[in-house]
Each structure stands twice: as C-alpha cells, then as structure tokens.
Ligand binder design. Structure first.
Ligand SMILES: C[S@@+](CC[C@H](N)C(=O)[O-])C[C@H]1O[C@@H](n2cnc3c(N)ncnc32)[C@H](O)[C@@H]1O
Length: 206
C-alpha cells in the first residue's frame, strides 16, 4: 500500500503530476459549466493540485483526504495560494460519519482505485451532493495486466467504464458521460506504455 503520509511533502515536486492535473482540469472545464457560486468537495485530493488548477472557475473548495500528511500539506497550499474560504479536512468515507455539509460539485482524481468498496463510496459522494449536484471522477481505465502499480498493490487495477457507469447509476446519478482527459506514460519492461484515464461526469438525480 502506498504510504501517502510519507509522500505528501514531495508530492507536488513531480512535473508529470502537475501536467496530469492541468489536463484533467481542462477536461472538467470542457465538460461542466463550472460556477463560482458553487461549493466543491475534492475527495482523495492529496495536496489539492486539481482544485488549485480550477481555482479561477470555482468557489470555495473543501480538500478531503484520508491521509493526515496530505491534509497538512493541502492546508499549507491553501494558505500559500491565498485561497479564501477553502479548507482541508482529513476524511475517509469508508470509516468516518458523513459530513453534514452538502456540495454542488464533487471532484476526484486517481483516488477511487485505492478504495475497496467503490459502490459504497459513490453512494456516500451522492449523499454529499445537493439534489442536482454534479460529479467528475477521474481514474485509471482497466489495466488488465496490473502493470500500472508496483507488485503487491492491493487496490483496483483500473476500472471498466461500463462498470463505473452502472455503479454511478446505482448510486442515483444520471446524464453519465465519459471522456479521456489524459494518458499516464510509464516504463514497463523497459518500454514506455500509455495508461489512459477516464473522466466520468454525471449529475445526481438526472
Ligand atoms: C494517487 S493519490 C492522488 C492524489 C491527488 N488526487 C492527485 O491526483 O494528486 C490518491 C489519494 O487518495 C487518498 N485516499 C486513499 N484512500 C482514501 C480514502 N479511503 N478516502 C479518502 N482518500 C483516500 C490518498 O491518501 C491519496 O492522497
């Protein structure tokens, strides 16, 4: 299991992560007419790179992550970036009670494959949205050989889009659309290999 607490301090040092966040931010902007009067939750936010890339298009954002280290760094980035009304909270919806705040938009980038029970997570995220709130989920497409992660990785080796679509529908989402915002290129057996990411956009109750 990746030790996100240990990685938090240097998470933002990798240029390819920033490139990924920027590409995903562009895809979300193209898919959803974002509003500055919306309240947004980014779940599994890490240091909050994705939301910070969207800061000019969004109102206040809550950066939520299970890792204490990531939450600490995310809080520092909020102050450094002068993001008024933003906050960072340590939250694991698999263990913690559902917060009482409701959001207009939920974002998540590369966090879902670390969560065992994704249908349960999607149900919790739907409950955190207002009646017609939107969700934008970005994660790894199905990686059948399990080549993206190191041996011993215990999460999901990506997802089939049809399965994600069904999970979203079961959690009460409609108007579900997919796009391919980015491909992560990694060396596998000495050769570069592209791992596409999906963006799933949906609306609660649509
Ligand atoms: C691959 S990192 C992605 C971080 C960030 N979204 C980014 O793209 O830079 C996965 C993040 O999900 C968080 N995470 C893993 N399991 C989680 C859970 N059950 N609840 C909330 N966050 C979780 C980790 O702590 C980590 O910050």
């Amino acid at each position: 299991m990746t030790d996100f607490d240990a990685e938090a301090r240097t998470w933002d040092d990798k240029p390819d992560r920033l490139e990924r966040s920027r590409a995903v931010a562009d895809a979300i902007r193209a898919a959803i007419p974002l509003r500055r009067d919306w309240l947004t939750l980014e779940y599994g936010a890490g240091t909050g790179q994705l939301s910070r890339e969207l800061a000019d298009d969004l109102g206040p954002v809550t950066l939520a992550d299970a890792s204490a280290g990531m939450t600490e760094v995310a809080a520092e980035r909020i102050v450094q970036s002068g993001l008024v009304g933003w906050r960072a909270i340590q939250l694991d919806l698999m263990h913690d009670p559902l917060p009482t705040q409701r959001y207009d938009l939920v974002l998540s980038l590369m966090a879902m494959h670390h969560v065992d029970d994704v249908p349960r997570l999607l149900t919790a995220l739907a409950e955190l949205l207002v009646a017609d709130g939107s969700i934008a989920l970005v994660d790894l497409d199905a990686d059948r050989e399990g080549a993206f992660h190191e041996p011993g990785f215990t999460g999901h080796h990506g997802f089939d889009r049809a399965v994600v679509e069904q999970w979203l529908a079961d959690a009460g989402f409609g108007a579900i659309r997919f796009a391919t915002p980015y491909q992560v290129v990694k060396e596998v057996n000495g050769q570069p290999r592209a791992f596409p990411l999906f963006l799933a956009v949906a609306r609660r109750g649509a």
